[in-house]
Design a protein around this ligand. Structure first.
Ligand code: BG6
Length: 475
C-alpha cells in the first residue's frame, strides 16, 4: 500500500535566521526579479555573491533567511498536516541550525528543541517520518574555511552531525536520506554541494566530482554508523529524475540520450545503490580530465554499505537531441521542448505518463522499494477572499496519481510512498521566489518578504485530503 505524504525542506521553509542559526549556502542567495538571466544568476555561488550577502547594508532580499516562517508557525503547520491526513512527512534538518559553523562538537539546544517538537508530533499522530538529513544547505563556515565538500574532512564533520541526529532521533525515523537529490552535485553544484564557482569561468569538473565522491563516502559511512548504533529505519538514495525521450528516432539522438541519462541521472544512484563506480564514468572522467582519489577504504565502505531503497524527485520530462531545436526549462536543467506536452509557466513540461515510466525504470534498475520523494506543480496562485482555486494543481495531482496507481497495480512496481513537494508553500529552490508555489496550504508572503504569512487551505487541500481518505478506506 502506498503511503501518501507531503514534504518541506529546512532552508526553503523554516526562516528563524536570527535564532542562533549559522549562515549557510542557501542564505547567501538573493531574490532577483525574474528576467532573462536572474534564475541562472541566483544558482551560482561565487566569492562575490558571498561577500555581498554578508554586507549588512545590502539592499538585496535573502528569501531563504525567511523561508515561509516555519520556525514560527510550526505548531499550526503540523496541525494542518494532521488535518490533511498525510501518512508520511518528509522534512529536513538545517545543519547550520544544529551546528552553526559545522565544526562544533555539540549542537545548539534551541535548534534541537525546535526539531524535537516535530519528531514528537509525528510520533504522537502516527505520521511516518522520511528525514532528509541534508537538503542542499551547507554551513558557510565549512565552505569558506575548508572548501566545502572538496575537502575530505567534510566527511568527519558530517558524521559528527549524523551521530548526534542518530542519538537524539534515531528511534523516530522510518526512512533516512543522507543527501537530497545527490545528482544535483553534478548538474547544480551550488545547490548539491555548495561549491563556489570561479568568477569568470564555469565549474571545475575536478572539484565537482571530488565533492560528490566525498558525499558518496559520507553517505556510506553514515549508514555504517547507523548500523553500529542500531538505528531503526531504512536508508535511501535520492536522485532527480528527468525521464528522457529522444527527439527523433535517429540513432544519434538515442545514443546521446543514453549518455546523458548515465551521467545526469544514474551515476550517483548507481554508486550509492550498487556500491561501486559504474563502468561508463571511466570515459567521462578521461574526457573531462577528472582524476579522483578513491582509496581502498572508500571502495570497501561503499560496497559494504549501499542504500536500501531508492527515491527520486520527478516534476517533468526531458528531450534529448543532437540538433539545435527550441529549448525549455526543467528541474535545475534546460531541455528540448516536447511538442506533445504542455508546460507550466516556468517551462516545466507536464508528463504524468513520464512518472509511470520513471517508476518502472528505477525499479527495474535497482530492484528495491521505491519512494517518490518529490512531485508537484509549481504555479502562481491567487488568494481571494481567503480562498485559492487551484484547479491546475488538482489536475496535475489527479493525472499523476492515476499513473502511480497503474505503476503499482498493473506494472507491479514496489512503491512505498508518494510525497507531494512543498506541501505548505515554500521558497523556490531554483529561482528563490515565492511566486512559484507547490503547496496545498497557501502562505501569504511575497517574493520580497511582504505579507502576513498566514496560512490558508487551497482547494487542492480538500481534494488531497479526500483522496487520502479514499485510498486508506476511511470513507
Ligand atoms: C528539487 C529540490 O530539485 O526541486 C527542491 O529538491 C525544489 O528543493 C524542487 O524546491 C522544485 O524546484 P523549484 O525550483 O521549483 O523550487
Amino acid at each position: 500500500m502506498i503511503m501518501w505524504g507531503g514534504a518541506t525542506a529546512a532552508s526553503q521553509y523554516e526562516g528563524g535566521f536570527d535564532k542562533k542559526k549559522g549562515i549557510d549556502t542557501q542564505d547567501c542567495r538573493p531574490y532577483l526579479p525574474r528576467n532573462s538571466n536572474a534564475t541562472m544568476q541566483t544558482r551560482l555561488l561565487t566569492k562575490q555573491v558571498i561577500q555581498e550577502s554578508k554586507d549588512e547594508e545590502s539592499k538585496l532580499y535573502y528569501p531563504f533567511r525567511v523561508g515561509t516562517k516555519g520556525y514560527e508557525y510550526v505548531e499550526e503547520d503540523l496541525n494542518l498536516l494532521k488535518e490533511l491526513g498525510i501518512q508520511i512527512y518528509r522534512f529536513s534538518l538545517s545543519w547550520a541550525r544544529l551546528f552553526p559553523k559545522g565544526i562544533e562538537e555539540k549542537p545548539d539546544m534551541e535548534g534541537v528543541q525546535y526539531y524535537d517538537q516535530i519528531f514528537e508530533f509525528c510520533k504522537q499522530n502516527n505520521i511516518k517520518i522520511f528525514l532528509t538529513m541534508n537538503h542542499y544547505a551547507v554551513p558557510l563556515y565549512l565552505v569558506e574555511n575548508y572548501g566545502g565538500w572538496t575537502n575530505r574532512n567534510m566527511i568527519r564533520y558530517y558524521l559528527n552531525f549524523a551521530n548526534f541526529v542518530f542519538e537524539r532521533w534515531g528511534s523516530y525515523v522510518d526512512y533516512w536520506l543522507p543527501f537530497n537529490e545527490i545528482n544535483a552535485g553534478y548538474f547544480s553544484p551550488y545547490n548539491g554541494t555548495g561549491l563556489i564557482k570561479p568568477e569568470s569561468e564555469g565549474y571545475d569538473m575536478q572539484k565537482v566530482f571530488e565533492s560528490l565522491h566525498h558525499q558518496f563516502v559520507a553517505n556510506a559511512k553514515t549508514i555504517q554508523l547507523a548500523k553500529k548504533l542500531k538505528v531503526s529505519g531504512e536508508f535511501g538514495a535520492m536522485i532527480s529524475c528527468f525521464c528522457y525521450y529522444p527527439f527523433t528516432p535517429k540513432p544519434e539522438d538515442n545514443f546521446k540520450l543514453v549518455k546523458e541519462e548515465q551521467v545526469n541521472q544514474w551515476f550517483c544512484s548507481d554508486v550509492l545503490m550498487k556500491g561501486k563506480y559504474p563502468y561508463y564514468m571511466d570515459d567521462f572522467f578521461e574526457k573531462n580530465k577528472v582524476n579522483l582519489n578513491i582509496t581502498k577504504d572508500d571502495k570497501k565502505v561503499l560496497s559494504e554499505f549501499p542504500c536500501e531503497f531508492i527515491s527520486f524527485s520527478y516534476y517533468s520530462s526531458s528531450v534529448v537531441t543532437t540538433e539545435e531545436v527550441e529549448k525549455t526549462a526543467g528541474n535545475l536543467v534546460i531541455t528540448t521542448k516536447n511538442p506533445y506536452l504542455q508546460a507550466s509557466e516556468w517551462g516545466w513540461q507536464i508528463d504524468a505518463i513520464g512518472l509511470r515510466t520513471t517508476l518502472n525504470k528505477v525499479y527495474d534498475r535497482y530492484n528495491c522499494p521505491v519512494i517518490i520523494a518529490e512531485n508537484g506543480f509549481g504555479a502562481k496562485d491567487v488568494l481571494e477572499k481567503e480562498q485559492v482555486h487551484d484547479l491546475y494543481r488538482i489536475n496535475y495531482f489527479d493525472s499523476h496519481f492515476n499513473e502511480i496507481i497503474k505503476a503499482e497495480k498493473e506494472d507491479k512496481v514496489d512503491i512505498r510512498a508518494y510525497i507531494a513537494w512543498g506541501i505548505i508553500d515554500i521558497v523556490s529552490a531554483g529561482s528563490c521566489e515565492m511566486d512559484k508555489r507547490y503547496g496545498v496550504i497557501y502562505v501569504d508572503g511575497d517574493n520580497e518578504g511582504n505579507g502576513t504569512y498566514r496560512r490558508y487551505k487551497k482547494d487542492s487541500f480538500y481534494w488531497y485530503q479526500d483522496f487520502i481518505k479514499k485510498q486508506t478506506n476511511k470513507i
